[in-house]
Design a protein around this ligand. Structure first.
Ligand SMILES: NC(=O)c1ccc[n+]([C@@H]2O[C@H](COP(=O)([O-])OP(=O)(O)OC[C@H]3O[C@@H](n4cnc5c(N)ncnc54)[C@H](O)[C@@H]3O)[C@@H](O)[C@H]2O)c1
Length: 479
């Protein structure tokens, strides 16, 4: 059997590498229109950072795992074609700011129809709005020249930072297909691939629409938990409760569970906001404005949380950060990834720059070039293939990136911790304090520092949802 995956990104690369590792009898080709991306997959410096990924790729690359820009050849030869291309939010026209832009998906589908010479199973791996499969099916069948295509929805639930672990041991694999004998046969064929390593009871099957909607629903539920605890964090700060204690007590209820209850500066990543906007749009299109409003609140609270954080920083530092050096520790949207798509750091940095701060940024996995792109790019432009993104002609001058937390914090007035990298917990804060301007501030957007220890050193500390430092009392968090 031959598998081809269109789109060698955060999803296509790791998922296919794991399929190749677990199914030595299957030949897997991952193809992309981006030449540099494929070159990186074929080099020692993979294009994405993901713990354990290097090892998996090294074991199978050149044996039964291939990365190529020859998209048409590999699609033509494949029995199963996964499509894992970008599905950005539309920036103009009907549904702008909410609906998914299916340009890349549609062009991939048209190409599959054009080059195919044998029957194929086409698998939706990208997250797509409900009923996309129906549209894709139409494109394929209207251009099929007698070839039979079966379309399946197989949304990916991996989390960046733990992608390999998640793929090795998924909570569930979901396969949606047509409820016809041919549809069922296609489902069984894909099931047989996963059955190489996933226990049968964890491979769920559903109809196409349910599978598509399940992915949007799962992300909406996850993001909603974060917004719920973040909403509580604001109340905790106002009343003197400690959000860590509250979420611990809440999470002990087995009906609720402890995961995804950490208060923070806000969620980020390529999926949560995009998928909720999609869900909102679908609800609106189906005449369900109340449901749409309900889910919109999850994003509103996330934006509120980022604003609140910036306001805390500025208000504490005598209501101005103009020309003050602020160290930003962490730029990725979470630890163990170099991914910065929709990271809360972008909005926090933009907020501080708006108040004319000078930023010194350190993240162990994010390059200066990426930071500059992120800070100068328009909303939603990030979700297009790299070579189609607008170049950033101007760099943001008040921003510099360094490769060391001590360098970033030297002579700084304040520190904002925006990613929960483990190494930030081990920092020598006494050394940092000694090299900073006074009063020295720490704003912990991930609740990873020991507030008491830092206060003993002399820092003024703000931690999300924790009882406020005397310094911050009576300072409004929201303008
Ligand atoms: N990142 C995640 O954690 C995650 C998790 C689950 C689902 N998803 C979904 O999976 C999809 C892909 O996400 P990603 O994070 O891998 O994106 P990505 O931007 O990392 O990768 C997409 C790749 O597709 C390529 N591409 C676009 N059009 C193409 C075409 N016509 N032919 C060949 N290649 C093409 C791009 O060059 C790019 O390399 C999205 O729909 C996303 O919402 C992402």
């Amino acid at each position: 059997m031959r598998i081809c995956c269109i789109g060698a990104g955060y999803v296509g690369g790791p998922t296919m590498a794991v399929i190749a590792l677990k199914c030595p009898d299957i030949e897997v080709a991952v193809v992309d229109i981006s030449v540099p991306r494929i070159a990186a997959w074929n080099s020692d410096q993979l294009p994405i950072y993901e713990p354990g990924l290097d090892d998996v790729v090294k074991q199978c690359r050149g044996k039964n795992l291939f990365f190529s820009t020859d998209v048409e050849k590999h699609v033509r030869e494949a029995d199963i074609v996964f499509v894992s291309v970008n599905t950005p939010t539309k920036t103009r026209g009907l549904g702008a700011g909410k609906a998914a832009d299916l340009t890349y998906w549609e062009s991939a589908a048209r190409m599959i129809a054009e080059v195919s010479k044998s029957d194929k199973i086409v698998v939706e791996k990208s997250t797509v709005p409900v009923k996309t499969a129906e549209a894709i099916e139409k494109i394929l069948t209207h251009n099929s020249k007698g070839i039979k295509f079966q379309i399946l929805s197989n949304p990916e639930f991996l989390a960046e930072g733990t992608a390999i672990q998640d793929l090795f041991n998924p909570d569930r694999v979901l396969i949606g297909g047509r409820e016809t004998p041919e549809g069922n046969k296609a489902i069984q064929a894909l099931k047989a691939v996963y059955a190489h390593w996933v226990p049968e009871e964890r491979i769920l099957t559903a109809n196409l629409w349910s599978a598509e909607l399940s992915k949007l629903a799962a992300n909406a539920f996850l993001a909603q938990r974060i917004s719920s605890v973040n909403a509580m964090s604001a109340l905790c700060e106002a009343t003197g409760a400690d959000v860590t204690q509250v979420s611990y007590a809440v999470g002990k209820d087995t009906r609720i569970g402890p995961k995804f209850l950490n208060a923070s500066v806000g969620f980020g990543g390529s999926c949560f906001q995009k998928d909720i906007l999609n869900l909102v749009y679908i609800c609106e299109c189906n005449g369900l404005p109340e449901v749409a409003e309900y889910w919109k609140q999850v994003i509103k609270i996330n934006d509120y949380q980022k604003n609140r954080f910036v306001n805390r920083v500025v208000a504490s530092m005598f209501n101005t950060v103009s020309n003050k050096k602020i160290a930003i520790l962490g730029f990725a949207f979470k630890k163990d990834t170099g991914d910065t798509r929709e990271t809360p750091a972008i909005d926090v940095c933009k907020g501080l720059l708006g108040d004319k701060a000078r930023l010194s940024i350190y993240d162990p996995q994010v390059t200066e070039d990426q930071v500059q792109r992120d800070l100068s790019m328009k909303k939603f432009d990030w979700d297009h293939p790299l070579h189609l993104q607008p170049m950033s002609p101007t760099t943001v001058k008040q921003v510099s990136c360094v490769w060391d937390a001590y360098e970033a914090t030297k002579d700084a007035h304040g520190i904002c911790i925006l990613t929960e990298w483990d190494e930030f917990k081990q920092l020598d804060f006494k050394r940092i304090y000694d090299n900073m301007q006074k009063p020295a501030f720490v704003f912990d957007g991930r609740n990873i520092v020991n507030m008491e220890q830092l206060r003993e050193i002399g820092f003024i500390v703000y931690s999300i949802g924790k009882p406020l430092d005397a310094w911050l009392k009576d300072m409004p968090a929201v303008a």
